[in-house]
Design a binder for this molecule. Structure first.
Ligand code: BG6
Length: 483
């Protein structure tokens, strides 16, 4: 069956930087279904040719050497543009007619990719419904919703309810681009495709888990958005929780969308709700120095650009094992990593462990920009009696395979194939907000823990180091070596 991908918000950044390059790469790899057409929709009054010209320039610039004019010409011939305003029901009728014309009136599977401003998501779905564009009696109709999916539980529920008036859950694809990253999917392979890790992956062997998404960048031009959002909404509710769910979930019976997501949801259901003093003790808040002078940021902004949170997952596997989640901008380097810190050996034969060099083993899963896995273990220093030192087994994806595809490539391909395993389900998104909302509320109240500042290019506030030390633990603050 032929496919049409309709992108709403076609003139936006996401379309030119991510969606079109990803679709073009899929085309080059012959991974797009035959007869795939792309239709951009936005308010600007472009012709097909004008939009094609723009995309040619932006993709060429973006892909550099990887841009192949011949492959591009065969790709761009199937790209069209239809001016349209999400507010206008009439424009949706015109779009319906244009799609019929482009598809030659034949039944064609369609993907509606909503990459507009978040305020328009609900309206876009409603207009699609009203114009009869969601009717899937002849061919598939799928809708992709970009993030953010709501700004709190109530708005996420409302968005889900609006989508369900027009689409069924199995037609809705909620994007979290972290799930499209190869190294994130590999966590499931590491855990459930091997026999040697899973027996250790629990409270009997793991002392605690650290999930860090550190970014070097500042808020840049996104100050106005970021100041309303803050790191808990921008990174925790979605990306960090996804990493936590995949790290903590039980193995699904089969690798299919619903069974995988059932297991992920159970993790969120097991997160211990906080109350009272918990909110002040569960983490550390920070803001980088100079944040309040950024464009679009309030001069007395209370917004966190750094947060560290300790969550407990109350189930048989993880009881008593804290999960430390941490994310920030303006950090000393860009690194996303998951570290399982194991318990110390029960009996120490070779000298005592100390606070600065505990005899713990670590499994470090590097998500990006380094992509690999390391096991840290003790080994004997040769010719030095029984002195120990930390050594590592080091796996790097770039040695084992070529460059990694962009997350959007995999996600778009999955939508076209109707596989929702790597997309968030309605209950998952709502549960995530249910956990984050009370923390945000408490952190905006007089009971909030202090907001510490930290220098740009550091590992966050010193208070975060002290907070960990009080718990007899240490952050694994290591910038990855990439090559
Ligand atoms: C986005 C956030 O969802 O993820 C950004 O809005 C953040 O603030 C980005 O920079 C990080 O994504 P990645 O793939 O670069 O880690």
């Amino acid at each position: 069956m032929a496919h049409t991908i309709v992108i709403f918000g076609a003139s936006g950044d996401l379309t030119s930087r991510k969606l079109i390059p990803a679709l073009y790469r899929l085309h080059c790899q012959s991974r797009l279904p035959p007869e795939t057409r792309i239709v951009g929709v936005a308010r600007s009054k472009f012709s097909d040719d004008q939009w094609r010209k723009q995309l040619t320039e932006s993709t060429q610039k973006f892909l550099g050497d990887q841009f192949d004019p011949e492959a591009w010409n065969s790709f761009i011939a199937n790209v069209f543009y239809q001016p349209g305003d999400i507010q206008s029901a009439e424009d949706f009728q015109t779009l319906a007619a244009r799609l019929q014309e482009i598809e030659g009136g034949r039944p064609t599977d369609r993907v509606y990719y909503i990459a507009t401003m978040p305020q328009l998501y609900e309206l876009a779905a409603a207009q699609l419904g009203q114009a009869g564009l969601a009717d899937d009696s002849q061919a598939a109709r799928r809708i992709v919703i970009e993030k953010p999916f709501g700004t709190d539980l109530q708005s996420a529920r409302q968005l889900n309810a609006s989508l369900f008036k027009v689409f069924r859950e199995d037609q809705i694809y909620r994007i979290d681009h972290y799930l499209g990253k190869e190294t994130v999917q590999n966590i499931m392979v590491l855990r459930f495709g091997n026999a040697i890790f899973e027996p250790l992956w629990n409270r009997n062997y793991v002392d605690h888990v650290q999930i860090t998404v550190a970014e070097e960048v500042l808020v840049g031009r996104r100050g106005a958005y970021y100041d309303k959002s803050g790191v808990l909404r921008d990174m925790f509710q979605n990306h960090l929780f996804q990493l936590m769910m995949i790290t903590a979930m039980e193995g699904p019976v089969k690798f299919n969308a619903d069974l995988v997501r059932d297991e992920k949801v159970k993790v969120l259901q097991a997160v211990r709700p906080m109350q009272g003093a918990d909110f002040a003790q569960c983490g550390v808040r920070g803001q980088y120095e100079g944040y309040r002078q950024e464009e679009g940021v309030a001069p007395d902004s209370p917004t966190e650009t750094y947060a560290a949170l300790r969550l407990h997952i109350d189930n048989w596997r993880w009881n008593g094992v804290p999960f430390y989640l941490r994310s920030a901008k303006a950090m000393s380097c860009r690194t996303t990593q998951i570290v399982l810190v194991f318990r110390e050996p029960p009996h120490c034969l070779f000298g005592n462990s100390s606070k600065s060099s505990p005899l713990t083993n670590r499994l470090v899963i590097q998500i990006q920009p380094a992509e690999g896995i390391q096991i840290h273990f003790q080994s004997k220093v040769p010719d030095a009696g029984m002195k120990l030192r930390l050594s590592q087994l080091d796996f790097r994806f770039d040695r084992a395979s070529g460059p990694m595809p962009d997350a959007y490539q995999r996600l778009l391909q999955d939508v076209l194939m109707g596989d929702a395993s790597l997309f968030a389900r309605s209950d998952e998104v709502e549960l995530a907000w249910q956990i984050i909302d009370p923390i945000i509320a408490a952190w905006r109240s007089p009971a909030a823990p202090p907001l510490h500042t930290y220098p740009v290019g550091s590992w966050g506030p010193e208070a975060a180091q002290e907070w960990m030390e009080k718990q007899n633990r240490q952050w694994f603050d290591v910038c990855p070596v990439i090559h």
